[in-house]
Design a protein around this ligand. Structure first.
Ligand SMILES: Cc1cc2nc3c(=O)[nH]c(=O)nc-3n(C[C@H](O)[C@H](O)[C@H](O)COP(=O)(O)O)c2cc1C
Length: 493
């Protein structure tokens, strides 16, 4: 299989949406939609009246008409506008016991139906729209850390013929085998990590197409699977221990936007409070070549010579996020893009690797931007509510039940559930903040509106050069021209 040399990194929530992935894919690079929280994203777009009609167009292509109609009946508000923010909450997903699970009550079964149907449809629609009317390759990105929706999400993307599944934020060992099962038309499940559960108690997240779709296809195309990891050791682990075929590896370093792997060894912070990385965190590319599998390099590979440099190290190419995050087609609010790009132009933009802002426990890059949750006073002023719950950690309560806790929920409630106070101190609610980045922030506690929080990579020089050349309102095509400048003339990049 000939792989593209440039991957536009999946950027959640909704930064790399179908528009961006489509623009990139149409140019012969790999366009990737973010699969994170697509159920909520689509429910909110529909409640905002489905501006432009794209969700309804995507749903009209969904193979199960009755299911698509139920999704519309559940979520579409014809009177909604871009200013609608009083969104209805989605039922939260729960892990199920693999053996001896109690039969769900009628109300629980109905909640599962609503959220499964929405998830499978939303992932289908995002991939379908990215592929619509153009022959390019489209991928979807998920996070291993956000386990519960992954089986239903992956099935929905496969139903739309997704070409690549990319997965990071953890070690996605079980996903390749899950893709094989769905490709054969079978049901699939992944093991869910439940804190404090005895080893022999298996909790799972399960999606059985036959239980959700009226007539699921007998087989589906098996997409290529790329694992996103930060080290040679994890790449080798994926190749030896994964439940099915791994088609390639994206090696991402600690300068990349989004979540980063923590430094190896004991976490130490520098005088600014950022994690200190050292030589142990560097990846030996010669060893990567020895794995004899295609790999791409991510994190500060956004310069015109990056593609050539990656190939010199034996890589197939590069994965780029930050440059695409601020282009015309990305899902970020134009006002946020403009403010950050102005700071970049003025040489005043600052990006901080926060050791504990993310409830995942992974370091998370945040742009220091007034009025966002990077601002301590904005963070302190937010009432801590947990109403989306993607980053909740399941735990066994002691009486055999499963509870859920997130460091970003109210500290008193987190601690009551056995969570450690120091994890809660700086934790930001990424679920709500990242949705606010798109204009899909929720109003809560009366008139309050959730505030954004931007994540950006550390290497801003490439962004500065890009806007110097193409201006602030640059496009995905401009980014690709910038990245391909030195290797222009190659057949496929
Ligand atoms: C706004 C933004 C959001 C991101 N979200 C995700 C994500 O949800 N999942 C993921 O695997 N990587 C995510 N990333 C990382 C990118 O996919 C990409 O690997 C990274 O940005 C490459 O480094 P660069 O920022 O220096 O270009 C994100 C990056 C940015 C800038």
């Amino acid at each position: 299989m000939e792989h593209p040399n440039i991957i536009q990194g999946g950027m959640g929530v909704g930064v790399s949406d179908w528009r961006l992935a489509r623009a990139v894919s149409a140019q012969g690079a790999l366009g990737v939609v973010s699969g994170t929280a697509l159920d909520t994203v689509m429910a909110r777009r529909l409640q905002q009246g489905d501006q432009g009609g794209h969700m309804r167009r995507g749903l009209s292509a969904f193979p199960d008409r009755a299911l698509a109609d139920r999704v519309l009946a559940d979520w579409f508000r014809p009177d909604g506008t871009a200013d609608t923010h009083d969104f209805a909450p989605l039922p939260m997903r729960e892990a199920v016991r693999a053996e001896g699970a109690p039969v769900p009550s009628a109300a629980e079964a109905e909640s599962r139906r609503i959220v499964d149907e929405l998830t499978v449809a939303a992932n289908f629609v995002e991939v379908h729209l990215a592929k619509e009317g153009q022959p390019g390759l489209v991928g979807v990105n998920y996070l291993e850390k956000v386990q519960l929706p992954n089986p239903a999400s992956i099935y929905g993307a496969m139903l739309a013929g997704v070409d690549y599944i990319l997965m990071g934020a953890g070690i996605p060992l079980e996903i390749p085998g899950l893709l094989d099962r769905y490709a054969r038309g079978e049901a699939g499940e992944i093991r869910v990590y439940v804190d404090g559960a005895p080893k022999d108690t298996r909790y799972v997240a399960r999606f059985d197409p036959a239980e959700v779709l009226a007539a699921p296809p007998a087989s589906l195309k098996r997409p290529a699977f790329l694992a996103i990891v930060s080290s040679y050791i994890l790449a080798a682990t994926m190749l030896t221990r994964a439940s099915g075929r791994v088609d390639g590896i994206v090696v991402e370093n600690q300068t990349a936007g989004g979540h980063n792997a923590p430094p190896r060894g004991v976490l130490e912070l520098d005088e600014r409070g950022e994690p200190i990385y050292g030589p142990k965190d560097d990846v030996d590319y010669a060893k990567m070549v020895g794995l004899k599998i295609p790999f791409w390099l991510g994190g500060s590979y956004g310069m015109p010579d990056s593609l050539r440099a990656s190939k010199a190290d034996g890589a197939t190419g590069i994965q780029v996020g930050t440059l695409f995050a601020f282009c015309r087609e990305s899902g970020l609010l134009p006002e946020l893009k403009r403010r950050f790009l102005k700071a970049v132009e003025a040489g005043k933009a600052l990006v901080f690797t926060h050791p504990d802002a993310s409830p995942t426990g992974y370091p998370f890059k945040i742009a220091l931007l007034e009025g966002t949750l990077s601002d301590e006073s904005v963070f302190e002023g937010r009432l801590r509510v947990c109403n989306i719950g993607l980053l909740r950690q399941p735990y066994e309560t002691g009486d055999g039940r499963v509870g859920y806790r997130c460091p970003a929920e109210a500290p008193s409630s987190f601690e009551k559930k056995g969570g450690a106070a120091d994890l809660a101190k700086n934790a930001r609610c990424l679920c709500n903040a990242l949705l606010a980045n798109l204009g899909l922030g929720m109003s809560y506690a009366g008139a309050r509106l959730e505030k954004p929080l931007l994540t950006v990579g550390k290497h801003l020089e490439s962004l500065r050069l890009l806007i110097q050349r193409f201006g602030m309102d640059y496009s995905a095509v401009d980014v690709l021209a910038f990245l391909r400048a030195e290797v222009a003339g190659e057949a496929k990049t």
